[in-house]
Design a protein around this ligand. Structure first.
Ligand code: G3P
Ligand code: MG
Length: 248
């Protein structure tokens, strides 16, 4: 049988740090994830206009802050003045945008593993992949588990491979492409991260038979989670931290 790549990660991954329970991609979210017993977080990372790596999902700051406009147009100093918590609930008013460096220090200090999703501002794919990989190499030096770098942006994965080939990579796909084997090989990935709607027992077996790990986002139905885990999936990303979590 095929030897699978090392996978020192939990099968339960808290999506954007705290799922629905806290403002996504903040340190407050990570504390909520940790309180729910999660030992691995997924979060999204991009560059500010002045090249500071920060945690943010969308291209624009509108949904997750009290600001307006594209993140790509704002310096870190401008982003740092915004409130990234009030949109979620009053309890999180004033929650700041975290830097990638701050989150790396927090997760490493608390023995939490990371899936760093490279989420470039449009047009900055390669430079974001390179910046994340070089920063991750420094920030995780001496840590127990290397961060898993992933992206939908293949240019970002290619740049991460060139900058820090030793860091594990996963290819994220909206739909599973027919040539997934070739793409995983091209970026020297350890895993394929799929939409949970595409997960079948057959696909999980085929990915394993090809020598790769497989994880699925976003699994928010506990029965679906149990099924995918029964089928041998290596990871599920969840927003439902209370209902879908590692055994205590
Ligand atoms: O990395 C898994 C998942 O987060 C990908 O989708 O849009 O939630 O970043 P999205
Ligand atoms: Mg993500």
């Amino acid at each position: 049988s095929v030897k699978l790549p090392s996978w020192p990660y939990s099968r339960y991954i808290a999506h954007r740090g705290g799922g629905r329970l806290a403002p996504e991609n903040t340190l407050a979210a990570m504390r909520v994830g940790a309180e729910h017993g999660f030992t691995m977080f997924e979060y999204d990372v991009k560059l500010s206009r002045d090249n500071v790596l920060v945690l943010m999902h969308d291209d624009d700051v509108d949904r997750t802050s009290n600001g307006r406009g594209p993140a790509a147009a704002k310096t870190y100093a401008e982003l740092a003045q915004l409130d990234f918590g009030s949109w979620h609930s009053a309890a999180y008013a004033g929650e700041p945008l975290p830097t990638f460096a701050a989150v790396a220090r927090y997760t490493v200090a608390n023995g939490i593993a990371s899936n760093v999703e490279i989420k470039p501002c449009p047009g900055r794919e390669a430079e974001t992949g390179r910046a994340v990989a070089l920063a991750a190499r420094q920030l995780w030096q001496g840590a127990a588990e290397a961060p898993l770098l992933s992206s939908f942006a293949e240019e970002a994965l290619q740049a991460a491979l060139e900058a820090a080939p030793e860091l594990p990579r996963a290819l994220l796909v909206e739909k599973v492409p027919a040539d997934w084997r070739e793409r995983l090989a091209k970026y020297e990935c350890v895993a394929l991260n799929i939409n949970q709607k595409d997960a079948t027992r057959e696909l999980i077996a085929a990915v394993h038979a090809a020598g790769y790990r497989i994880a699925a986002w976003t699994v928010n139905d506990p029965e679906r989670a149990r099924l995918l885990l029964d089928w041998g999936i290596d990871g599920i990303f969840t927003d439902e931290l209370a209902a879908i979590r590692p055994a205590a």
